[in-house]
Design a protein around this ligand. Structure first.
Ligand SMILES: NC(=O)c1ccc[n+]([C@@H]2O[C@H](COP(=O)([O-])OP(=O)(O)OC[C@H]3O[C@@H](n4cnc5c(N)ncnc54)[C@H](O)[C@@H]3O)[C@@H](O)[C@H]2O)c1
Length: 472
């Protein structure tokens, strides 16, 4: 959908008007567009650290491979020795002038907080971002690396690491100009498993993901020969794939090399066929809430040789306040958004249709986190999706299957186009980026979670909401 306000704000006249009235100024976000790989990475990353950073070597390797150069803050001069040994281009950070051009600004601020063991050592985070934030360009990236607090042996270390969450979320809210800020908690032994996640958070693929704290655990990661097609040889199922977010997910997975089977209701057969034809995928007509659906889906997937990635995206709304809601509206929403996912997964897992080493990604919603007037049914279903992911993750580790949820905020689709104007406009603006997301933003987040390099992420919920104020 066209965001007329954002377009106006980004015109010379509009920029003057909104500045004088103090209105939100949504930036045109730099997004990854399918097929535009060459523009994905680049520019300079400013590196900062607390005491005893443990991820410099890994980080230096990733920056080298994605073609980013670096500058080190004065508290992270150990970085320079590592860069020199690796013969990577690096130097000392120097702040840019307030009127500096986009090219003169840094593209990312990366802070290694893994060694911070006491709240007083958070000073280093203050000093780094105090000195560097104004030098970060529009749509820049902030990434903070820490240790999962709950795995810290000492109470002071746990406390300081947990403090990073509030710190990063506030940075995301302060930064503006399309900048995102995210925190990656790296577990012991997971150090070599952070590349796919770093790439995601440093690239335009994560344009609408901000204020998130993601945990990576040690996991076996299959070798990735080709980072442009990491899903080559894998099969994926996407429900609700005819249009909107589901179509974008199918396209994003296919772009990374997966063979995709898209599923939707029979009434959308033609739309689904067009979407799947465009990516050389297979179309499955099926109502996921029908009693025979799990078996029908498993049969279709078994006939294709099984599946590695299952994305539960199909969902509906039937909004009414609870006093006015019919029992049918309640039951339909629970059946499609929640019970169908449970029944399908039970069948695919018990039959072995979903292969070991696979992925399940379920689409939840900010509504499931924050609740919403008129959405008791929807919010219950979407909160249930989060519960399912949290509950199943432990048991599925044995089969190396990771299961996660993404919770979109306001995304421009058929679903949000149905909202009354005032509510829609409020939904769009009430986040740190002051705009709605696109289906591709959710799709790219799911593609990252489906990536072989994201094997260490399981049982988590990642919001794709531009750091929505709801449920914050
Ligand atoms: N658009 C948003 O802002 C937003 C926000 C949060 C969460 N979500 C979630 O994202 C997912 C996709 O939403 P969307 O905005 O693309 O909606 P959409 O209505 O455009 O697409 C949903 C798709 O699911 C399909 N579907 C519905 N019931 C089905 C059934 N019983 N069997 C098979 N397919 C079925 C529909 O036919 C449709 O193609 C949903 O789970 C939704 O709850 C969307």
């Amino acid at each position: 959908m066209n965001d007329t306000y954002r377009n106006f704000v980004n015109s010379p006249l509009g920029a003057r008007v909104v500045r004088s009235l103090g209105l939100p100024q949504p930036e045109v976000l730099r997004r990854y567009r399918i097929g535009q790989r060459e523009a994905e990475f680049g520019g300079i990353a400013a590196i900062g650290a607390g005491p005893a950073p443990s991820l410099f070597e890994v980080l230096a390797g990733v920056l080298e491979r994605i073609g980013m150069t670096s500058v080190a803050h004065e508290q992270a001069l150990a970085w320079l020795a590592i860069a020199q040994r690796r013969q990577s281009m690096s130097g000392r950070f120097a702040p840019v002038a307030p009127n500096a051009s986009a090219q003169e600004r840094v593209a990312a601020l990366i802070f290694d907080a893994t060694g911070i063991a006491d709240s007083l050592q958070l000073d280093a985070a203050y000093a780094f971002f105090h000195d560097t934030l104004r030098s970060l360009g529009a749509c820049g990236r902030i990434v903070v690396l820490g240790r999962p607090p709950e795995r810290c042996a000492h109470p002071r270390q746990w406390t300081a690491q947990r403090a990073l969450e509030g710190f990063v979320r506030s940075l995301g809210k302060e930064a503006r100009h399309g900048i995102t800020a995210n925190l990656i908690y790296v577990g012991d032994g997971a150090e070599d498993g952070i590349e796919a996640t770093l790439r995601f958070f440093l690239s335009p693929r994560s344009a609408f993901v901000s204020g998130q704290a993601v945990r990576i655990e040690a996991a076996t990661i299959d070798a990735i020969d080709d980072w442009t097609r990491p899903l080559a040889g894998r099969r994926a199922l996407v429900t609700g794939a005819a249009r909107g977010i589901g179509a974008a997910i199918a396209q994003a997975l296919a772009d990374l090399g997966a063979r995709v089977a898209g599923l939707d209701i029979e009434a959308l057969h033609d739309t689904l066929s067009v979407t799947m034809h465009g990516i050389d995928g297979a179309a499955i007509d099926c109502d996921i809430a029908a009693p025979e659906a799990p078996q029908q889906i498993a049969d279709a997937l078994d006939a294709m040789g099984g599946v590695d990635i299952v994305v539960h995206n199909a969902g509906i709304t039937q909004d009414k306040t609870i006093a006015k809601m019919t029992a049918d509206a309640w039951r339909n929403v629970i059946a499609v958004n929640l019970a169908a996912q449970e029944r399908i997964d039970e069948e695919l897992l018990s039959r072995g249709t979903l292969r070991d080493g696979g992925r399940i990604v379920a689409v939840s919603s900010i509504g499931g986190i924050a609740g919403n007037v008129g959405q008791t049914n929807y919010a219950a279903s979407k909160a249930g999706v989060i519960g399912r992911v949290q509950c199943l993750a432990g048991g599925l580790r044995e089969r190396r299957i990771a299961i996660n949820a993404v919770a979109p905020g306001f995304i421009e689709t058929h679903m949000t186009a149905k909202m009354p104007f005032a509510l829609r406009e409020a939904g769009r603006r009430m986040n740190s980026l002051s705009q709605g997301g696109e289906p591709g933003d959710v799709a790219q987040t799911i593609a990252w979670l489906a990536h072989p390099g994201a094997a260490g992420i399981t049982g988590q919920v990642v919001r794709v909401c531009g750091q929505s104020l709801f449920g914050a």
